[in-house]
Design a protein around this ligand. Structure first.
Ligand code: GN1
Ligand code: MG
Length: 360
């Protein structure tokens, strides 16, 4: 935790944070420390005058148009105030200049009031947590069901376009680093062998009852706030909210809740599918969304998991072949391990297809 009470000896980064806080009218004594485990944006917790805030810098290599994020959040906030005022919507604070984004030399910042008596978790330990999270993400899409979804801006073009992710993977095999290609040869072949998941996506999305909805696109457990009784409060991290298919949200829950270990686990023998957690995702999501989804969508519930896990495996492996330009690495071969982990997760899920594909 860094104290910002004396400008002397402060790093350039901390001086910038200090300036950002000034733009929100926070000039008191503050303490600032790093927060959370996201891979893309930087996040800090700020303590000032008995109040806690979350401060974030948006990665504008990834989000090339941060204004689109602000537009979407403000658009959604207006809709929710009119139509579901009871819904807890995690809105950013308005800075003194009237905007929800503060631009500095090194990027865009925004800030939230920290919701008291809330916490996040990094690993799903109980089926009940999976149920709570699935309810929250289902509710999020449901409360926006009446909105003109095409008015939302695209914050990352082709973010969950599996066809494009597959093409990028094939391209990386062609142009990527030779040594890394050799290292990854087995995994490359195994992912190529599953390309029918891409064909599946191309077929289902052309169906007229497969709809674009307000989609979160990052439904990992750390994006749900829980209260002290471990009930879900709301969802956070709304940067990737844009029009999308429900398979993105349900699939990313399967990707991140079904196994007791995350994408970071190098011991793949620990990757297993917890069937009761699958059921919890179904029950939580359907509590909110069962009557909203069309028959055509409900038929793809199981496919959602394959879609997202496969896409994440492709993205990690593509990044490994491209020398970690997107995700970075904390140790040599990190993205290869992550990709291998996701490929095993996909395999484990597919093995359970007959047992899990029971709901519609
Ligand atoms: C990134 O930044 P973070 O951790 O919320 C990524 C997701 C991936 C995830 C994998 C904008 O999310 O799509 O699923 O890493 N977000 C972006 O951990 O690329
Ligand atoms: Mg995110």
């Amino acid at each position: 935790m860094m104290s910002f009470n004396d400008a002397k000896g402060m790093t350039k980064e901390n001086l910038t944070l200090r300036e950002v806080l000034d733009e929100y009218g926070i000039n008191d004594q503050v303490n600032v420390g790093p927060f959370g485990s996201g891979l893309i944006n930087r996040t800090w917790i700020v303590r000032s005058a008995g109040q806690k805030y979350i401060l974030q810098r948006i990665n504008d290599n990834v989000f090339k148009e941060p204004g689109a994020i602000a537009f979407n959040i403000e658009y959604l906030a207006r809709y929710i105030k009119q139509n579901h005022p009871e819904y807890k919507f995690a809105e950013p604070l308005v800075a003194l200049n009237g905007a929800t984004l503060v631009k500095k030399e090194n990027g865009y910042y925004r800030m939230f009031v920290f919701i008291e008596a809330s916490h996040t978790i990094d690993v799903v330990e109980t089926a009940q947590q999976a149920y709570e999270a699935a309810t929250q993400f289902g509710r999020f899409t449901r409360v926006f069901d009446g909105i003109a979804v095409s008015n939302l801006r695209i914050t990352i073009p082709d973010f969950h376009n599996l066809s494009l992710r597959y093409q990028q993977f094939i391209k990386a095999i062609g142009s990527g680093n030779a040594e890394r290609k050799a290292q990854a040869a087995t995994l490359i072949n195994s992912l190529r062998d599953h390309s029918s998941i891409v064909t599946g996506y191309e077929t289902i999305k052309t169906g007229k009852n497969f709809l674009k909805r307000v989609t979160h696109h990052d439904t990992k457990i750390s994006n749900v706030l829980f209260d002290d009784n471990n009930k879900g409060i709301c969802v956070i991290d709304l940067d990737t909210v844009m029009p999308g298919y429900f398979i993105s949200d349900v699939g990313d829950m399967m990707r991140t809740y079904l196994s007791p270990v995350s994408e970071e686990e190098p011991d793949f023998s620990k990757i297993v599918i917890r069937e009761d957690f699958y059921e919890a995702i179904v029950n939580g999501y359907y509590k909110e969304m069962k009557d909203v989804l069309t028959d055509a969508e409900r038929e793809q519930f199981f496919y959602a998991g394959c879609f997202m896990i496969y896409m994440q495996a492709l993205r990690f492996l593509t990044d490994y072949l491209n020398k970690d330009i997107y995700y970075g690495e904390k140790y040599p071969g990190h993205n290869l391990t992550r990709a291998g982990n996701q490929a095993v997760l996909l395999q484990r899920l597919l093995e359970k297809k007959d047992r899990l594909n029971f709901i519609n």
